[in-house]
Design a protein around this ligand. Sequence first.
Ligand SMILES: Nc1ncnc2c1ncn2[C@@H]1O[C@H](COP(=O)(O)OP(=O)(O)OP(=O)(O)O)[C@@H](O)[C@H]1O
Length: 225
Amino acid sequence: MLKVTNVGKTYGKFTALENINLEVADGEFLAVMGPSGSGKSTLINVLGLLDQSYTGEYLLEDKNYKDVNDNELSQIRGDQLGFVFQNFKLLTTYNVYENIEIPLVYSKKKQNKKHEMVEDVIKKVGLTGKEKNRPSELSGGQQQRVAIARAIVNRPKLIIADEPTGALDSKTGKEIMEIFTKLNQVGTTIIMVTHDSEVAEYAMRTVYIRDGRLYNDEKSVKNHD
Ligand SMILES: Nc1ncnc2c1ncn2[C@@H]1O[C@H](COP(=O)(O)OP(=O)(O)OP(=O)(O)O)[C@@H](O)[C@H]1O
């Protein structure tokens, strides 16, 4: 799915990522753990094609998008990637259906096909009957379900989730992780940032980031100190 080779990122004199090497296979479910400020979001921004100003090489499905312009990049993001964030990032004036439909707005698919795709993901995340509700009328867990439905409606190859359970109580968080597990079981590749080791257990593999460096296991992080 993707290969990161010797990637680095600086903000002025500050090194946020250093010599990152990472390969993620098709169908993997990877958790990225690390303390606050360790570089998790910075890494995810590179992987999600949201930040092009890094050094080293990042290949997504063997392609290097470093010199692609912003317009093309947002199209590639829309076609190939699905994003889920801690604070859901739903549009408050849109209802559930309209929020989920957003990634399909520029798609050339027929209207009835789009409708079918939206209804299909609404069913998958268990929100049937809530189509007309606004986000403010939903619980946190339901809002995250909307965000997941929006992330998967275009059938992306890769889902990038940044602390998807961070704003949820543990029971609701578990329900959300069960949705991710099911998506992974049907072949979706997932990269998830989390602070929570219980949440990371849903992933097949965990990598650790500390001071902008990536480690394959917790022991090697500790040995580094
Ligand atoms: N735009 C920026 N300008 C300068 N420094 C930045 C910028 N963005 C992030 N940083 C710094 O880079 C480091 C890594 O930040 P990043 O947001 O990737 O951490 P994180 O691991 O995602 O943290 P958290 O878990 O708190 O979200 C931090 O020390 C942060 O202060």
